[in-house]
Design a protein around this ligand. Structure first.
Ligand code: AMP
Length: 277
């Protein structure tokens, strides 16, 4: 396993692997089993796996947790090595953004809902960094978690609409034993908040199974936790529009502020249109 910190060195390594398949796993580090699942999938499908570790400032709002985002590079190197990563690309902020960009990528409608509604410009920052990573590393495959389902849908649209020569692969959400979706931000939770947090996924399941309405789900989360629901919404997936009678694939997505921590989770499912007579 080799750690690479400059774009020039990364490109030189990629040139060496020109005739092989390359799987890219973009992350912000502070690795957990969710990231490892992406690497495992990438290893199955590629000769070489590159993991990027970069806390991207352009996807954080001015009052968000860019400065305090958890970082532990030595531990990440250990976990990535164990998982079978071949190269870590870990550039500095000035390496990635040496000057103010003279043009900006802007995500349309798909970024106006769910997390995009409360994090303006977040997804513009995401497509900016993902575009740069895809151009620097030129992977044949890139791996994203369904945990960030809106991000996944937007990246798929970016690649489709602008003909990026890469296959986007998605990986299901990895959860703790009690159902809480694994996240680098879970370390922010106090012991009491951590005990309450599995209610989020349990509530999604109750709504998906039509035991509760969305309003009942929101009320339940706010009653049995100290959390405040930012959104709990059912949309069609991956287009992220209001479901219609024709919709066959759905996302039920939630964001909850528990204390100062913002947790997100979702379930995605399809209904098969049935029953020719
Ligand atoms: P992050 O480091 O949080 O930006 O995440 C890097 C990648 O790992 C993204 O594609 C995430 O969707 C994915 N990821 C994060 N947590 C999970 C999880 N619990 N299960 C599956 N994928 C995840």
């Amino acid at each position: 396993m080799k750690v690479i910190t400059t774009i020039g060195d990364m490109k030189a390594v990629i040139n060496k692997h020109h005739h092989q398949t390359i799987g890219l796993v973009p992350t912000m580090g502070y690795l957990h089993e969710g990231h490892v699942a992406l690497v495992t999938q990438a290893k199955k499908e590629n000769h070489i796996v590159v993991m990027s570790i970069f806390v991207n400032p352009t996807q954080f709002g001015p009052n968000e947790d860019f400065e305090s985002y958890p970082r532990d590079f030595d531990r990440d190197v250990m976990l990535a090595t164990e998982a079978g990563v071949d190269y870590i690309f870990a550039p500095s902020v000035t390496e990635m953004y040496p000057r103010t960009s003279s043009l900006h990528l802007h995500v349309g409608e798909m970024a106006q809902t769910l997390c995009g509604a409360s994090r303006p410009n977040h997804f513009d920052g995401v497509v900016q960094i993902v575009t740069k990573l895809l151009h620097i590393i030129e992977p044949t495959h890139a791996y994203f978690g369904q945990k960030d389902a809106q991000q996944l849908a937007i990246i798929e649209a970016l690649v489709r609409d602008y003909n990026f020569p890469v296959i986007i692969r998605s990986v299901p959400i990895i959860r703790e034993a009690d159902g809480l979706a694994k996240s680098s931000r879970n370390v922010y939770l106090t012991p009491i908040e951590r005990q309450q947090a599995p209610v989020i996924y349990a509530t999604l399941q109750q709504i998906q199974n039509e035991v509760w309405t969305i309003a009942e789900g929101i009320a339940h989360i706010e009653k049995v936790t100290t959390g405040k629901v930012d959104y709990l919404t059912k949309l069609s997936y991956p287009d992220l529009t209001k479901p219609t009678a024709e919709t066959t694939a759905f996302i039920l997505a939630v964001a909850v502020y528990i204390g100062t921590t913002r947790l997100i989770d979702n379930v995605i499912w399809e209904v098969t249109s049935c029953c020719a007579q």
